[in-house]
Design a protein around this ligand. Sequence first.
Ligand SMILES: Cc1cc2nc3c(=O)[nH]c(=O)nc-3n(C[C@H](O)[C@H](O)[C@H](O)COP(=O)(O)OP(=O)(O)OC[C@H]3O[C@@H](n4cnc5c(N)ncnc54)[C@H](O)[C@@H]3O)c2cc1C
Length: 278
Amino acid sequence: MARIIVPEAEELLDKEIKCLDKGFVRLVDYLGGDARIVQSARVSYGAGTKTVREDKGLINYLMKNDHTSPFEQVVLTFHCKMPIFVARQWVRHRTARLNEISGRYSVMKDEFYLPEADQVRLQSKNNKQGRSEETIPLDEAMALISKLEQSNADTYRDYEEMLKAGLARELARINLPLSLYTEWYWQIDLHNLFHFIHLRADAHAQFEIRVFALALAQCAKAVAPLAYEAFEEHRMHAVKFSRSECKALAAMLRGEEPELEEKPLAAFKSKLAKLDLA
Ligand SMILES: Cc1cc2nc3c(=O)[nH]c(=O)nc-3n(C[C@H](O)[C@H](O)[C@H](O)COP(=O)(O)OP(=O)(O)OC[C@H]3O[C@@H](n4cnc5c(N)ncnc54)[C@H](O)[C@@H]3O)c2cc1C
């Protein structure tokens, strides 16, 4: 069977999608697309691609019913460059294969992430893991950015001095900060890429990794547009209710007050907000 060529993906190949101040996501290669998903799903009948409408219906059915394995038949390879603190979160997704630049072998470049002024925020009061929704005055933000920049410059100068003095690269690099940029080749199948995007493009994820998740989403959409549409429909923009939340929802529909404690009620209400009931 011929290799599947997807024109939208071909268009994206080797193009850097800029992320943050110095990072990028670049689609290096892909294997399969929507056609491969339907081919593999229909293998039991020995039939290949049918009409686009039927293919779309099948892909939608597979996604809706968590029939995930046909989506694993599509594989994407990326070259990505991100700050180390983003890489630390990224690497928690174990269902991918990667090869990263080695700070033992190479001299790390003088490239550090500096946030934009509007992303320099105070600690959130209601989200222990995140930053506040509110911005701070521009002069205060700029002063904090300068502080980060100065600290990066000092650390990198020390790094260079230690290298000059002959210290091993694997030791000289140990004080370099989490804002330093790293690079890797990252390969993942479409099912697990959707899982990554679902978690990391979400509003609960850190802004910086969300930027990368959205760039990866752009590539996934180009490679398998029908699958991406089904993912958006059944996972990305779907809302999951727990058993207690279903009871609370039923109570609300009966015109009664939902019986939930303060915190679960707040979580329930934030899910209802997604339903846009107004
Ligand atoms: C907003 C947010 C905040 C987070 N905060 C923290 C935090 O504070 N601390 C922290 O440590 N982590 C944190 N994480 C990371 C999180 O706990 C997960 O480790 C990460 O999101 C990867 O998810 P996963 O295990 O589903 O993905 P994957 O590793 O891609 O796994 C996908 C699926 O495969 C299964 N799987 C993968 N490998 C194996 C295996 N070897 N054996 C069996 N099954 C396997 C998984 O169970 C899962 O169902 C956070 C994640 C998010 C999105």
